[in-house]
Ligand binder design. Structure first.
Ligand code: MN
Length: 321
């Protein structure tokens, strides 16, 4: 156990980072646009300042992102090198560093840059209630008087826009827009970020969406909309679970819907259930089936025949709708 865990300010972190010669950055597992954007932007800035930098994630980054944003290839899933400082980026919990968690926690000089809150697990902790980690890294870079070029700006914009649901969530604040405006003048490729993270779909994903929509079921006068895909559907399109992410959004997008449900038969008679709520705490429903998640975005697993699984959900929702 580390004895001292300190809160660090933007200016202290700017000094600390650029005082070290060799810096290792770590991302959480299932890295999102903010984790990738913040760590790559920071890595490129440190490299440009002459530092040796390693970036590590216990999971390879998908082709979709590495092929569109080439510098992402700096992220490796195998640790190597010697470092003076280890930095966890966008990670509120050391366990989310996966196989790198123990090595990180046993190292003396560690820093967390994050906006999730949670327990401090690093020697220095820059944890701010910001909309994205990229916003924090942006302020660190501005404080360090590092030049933000078009590539770094694109990565920072990536986190800004993905963590705010493309500037649509209610915590999107003035700072987000001001930073976005500045990154725009630095040459951020906003069009590419938007296309890759918010528009691009594969043919398989589009076929699955069409099939799921064709299975639409409506309950409680449109207050609950349910979509599903069976094993037969997945096999027909040679698809896997990853191709179905985002489909649940089409259920909750129906204007009358308070609850959107997506069932995916991941193995015979076993369904992955994703739920979204509009002013309806779907987590309470998922918890009754041993699942959980966020208040308005939750999931669980259910076994049985399709119609029985649907019936179970409809009945449970019926108690609180
Ligand atoms: Mn984040």
């Amino acid at each position: 156990m580390r004895s001292t865990r300190k809160t660090a300010s933007i200016s202290q972190v700017a000094k600390l980072l650029f005082a070290k010669d060799r810096v290792a950055l770590f991302l959480h597992t299932n890295p999102d646009g903010d984790a990738i954007g913040a760590s790559v932007a920071l890595a490129l800035s440190l490299q440009r300042a002459g530092k040796t930098v390693g970036v590590f994630c216990d999971m390879p980054i998908g082709d979709k992102i590495t092929s569109s944003f080439a510098e992402t290839k700096i992220i490796s899933d195998k640790f190597s090198g010697k470092y003076d400082l280890m930095v966890a980026v966008d990670c509120g919990d050391a366990n989310r560093l996966g196989k790198f968690s123990a090595a990180f926690c046993n190292f003396a000089e560690t820093l967390t840059i994050d906006h999730h809150g949670g327990e401090y697990y690093s020697a220095y902790n820059l944890v701010l209630q910001y909309a994205s980690s990229c916003q924090i890294v942006y302020e660190v870079l501005r404080q360090s008087q590092i030049e933000i070029d078009d590539v770094i700006a694109t990565y920072l914009y990536m986190g800004l826009c993905t963590d705010t649901g493309n500037f649509s969530h209610n915590y999107t604040d003035r700072a987000c827009f001001l930073t976005a405006a500045d990154l725009c003048s630095c040459g951020a490729d906003m069009e590419r970020v938007n296309r890759v993270f918010f528009k691009d779909t594969t043919l398989t994903e589009t076929r699955l969406l069409a099939r799921a929509l064709s299975h639409m079921r409506i309950f409680y006068d449109g207050q609950m909309v349910l979509l599903y895909l069976t094993q037969t559907d997945l096999k027909e399109f040679d698809a896997d679970l990853g191709d179905t992410s985002g489909i649940v959004q089409y259920a909750i997008n129906v204007d009358t819907a308070k609850i959107g449900v997506m069932l995916t038969e991941c193995s015979p008679h076993t369904y992955k259930v994703s739920m979204r709520g509009k002013d309806f705490p779907v987590r309470d429903v998922c918890r009754q089936f041993g699942g959980g998640g966020h208040l308005y975005a939750s999931g669980c697993m259910l076994s049985g025949f399709l119609e029985d699984v649907i019936e179970k959900i409809v009945r449970t929702v019926g108690f609180s709708i």
